[in-house]
Design a protein around this ligand. Structure first.
Ligand code: PLP
Length: 400
């Protein structure tokens, strides 16, 4: 039964005191090394209430009252398979799915399974910072195939990628598709070029596609593994409903691996740490959102786009030197403040200490992110507006 479209993305929901990382002032104080209250537009979760169908399903399960050991069941796998068929035209088989309690844990297990300490892993900075930390925490070495800005958007430096792939002990590439934080939705041509280089040099591709459902008009997400059998055979795709439906706290993700040999290796790693299936609520949430909440997502995308348009207009009118990169996918806007001529550390300090807005400093995503800031647009427009006003006022006294 379709749910009533009665959600209100403008509603401000008070999240402090709910152990929400994004809004926890003590956590932020440690994370940003800044005292005092911040208006948070940083970590990638949304300030919106989850779809009503999900709330109803969870309530019903709570009322049942018995929460013993559980199995995901065929309906869980079917929900994933149907979602990727419907939304991404990707035909997945049940056996290809391996559960993980999050994409970052999956990436950690993948690194441990297919590489050994001292091996090299390619990433493309500026990129989601846990890629680098996961590699380093596991004693592997980062090779950075930096993205380049061309014609006002980011592109892959294929020549450098080939060099990185040829490096002795280079074993793996972690692809961010769509790309956080630069908001690119890679085209089929770009992915094909990347994949051919990786396959030629025997580099295993880990496609982190957690943002794959957050795509704006004019762009299409191409699942890496759908490009060809060769690509599927030499890749692992990481997925989750968590960015799409704001269920990150329910810790449910799936890796998709069609290559049996690859899959069996990862399955052993997971078994060795007793990770087999989702918890009751995570599993139920996945089934409910994938099966029943597409209309919520469609409306969410319209709201996110209107927040992005609001940001662009505000910046154009009031801070014309600042450049907002196009938002092809994700709800994370990448904003270039370099033309203001401020030292990047000073810029970050002004935003956090004076404006009291919690943005992710671009430098966290790699050296090339210095002077940039990442805005999380998944909030009521009133919060975004307040953040922009605070930033504008704080910058005012520093700009000639
Ligand atoms: C590219 C990317 N991968 C993974 C994650 C986090 O995944 P999880 O919460 O499932 O560990 C994020 C969250 O922002 C992300 O942007």
């Amino acid at each position: 039964m379709p749910q009533e479209r009665n959600w209100n993305f403008d509603e401000v929901i008070y999240r402090e005191g709910t152990n929400a990382i994004k809004w926890d002032q003590v956590f932020m104080k440690e994370h940003f090394k800044i005292d005092g209250d911040l208006l948070p537009l940083w970590v990638a979760d949304m300030d919106f209430r989850a779809p009503k169908a999900l709330l109803d399903a969870l309530k019903k399960r709570v009322e049942h009252g018995v929460f013993g050991y559980s199995l995901p069941g065929d309906t869980y796998h079917k929900a994933v398979i149907d979602w990727f068929q419907r939304r991404h035209n990707w035909t997945i088989e049940k056996d290809w799915l391996l559960f993980a309690p999050g994409v970052v844990p999956a990436i950690q297990f993948i690194i441990q399974t297919y590489t050994i300490p001292g091996d090299k892993i390619i990433i493309q900075e500026p990129v989601y910072y846990p890629f680098k930390s996961s590699i380093q925490e596991n004693g592997r070495i980062v090779l950075n195939n930096q993205l380049v800005i061309k014609d006002s958007h980011y592109e892959i430096d294929f020549k450098d990628l080939e060099e990185k792939c040829k490096t002795p002990r280079a074993k793996m590439l972690i692809l961010c598709s769509p790309h956080n934080p630069v908001a690119r939705v890679w085209t089929k041509e770009e992915l094909t070029k990347l994949g051919k280089i990786c396959n030629k040099h025997n580099i295993l591709v880990i496609a982190d596609e957690i943002h794959c459902d957050l795509i704006f008009p004019g762009h299409t997400h191409v699942p890496y593994a759908t490009i060809s059998k060769k690509f599927a055979d030499n890749s692992i795709t990481c997925t989750a409903p968590s960015k799409t439906f704001n269920t990150a706290g329910l810790k449910t993700s799936n890796t998709i691996i069609s290559n049996k040999l690859l899959r069996e290796k990862l399955a052993i790693t997971m078994q060795n740490v007793s990770i087999r299936s989702p918890g009751i609520f995570g599993g139920l949430a996945l089934e409910t959102v994938y099966n029943e909440c597409e209309d919520w997502l469609d409306d969410l995308l319209v709201y996110l786009k209107s927040n992005f348009d609001f940001l662009v207009k505000y910046v154009e009118e009031k801070m014309p030197e600042v450049k907002v990169f196009d938002l092809e996918g994700t709800y994370l806007a990448w904003v270039d403040f370099r033309a203001l001529g401020l030292d990047p550390k000073k810029l970050d300090e002004i935003i956090k200490k004076e404006a009291r807005v919690g943005l992710d400093d671009g430098a966290m995503f790699g050296e090339l992110g210095s002077g940039f800031q990442r805005f999380n647009l998944a909030c009521p427009k009133s919060i975004l507006e307040e953040a922009l006003e605070r930033i504008l006022n704080a910058l005012d006294s520093h700009i000639k």
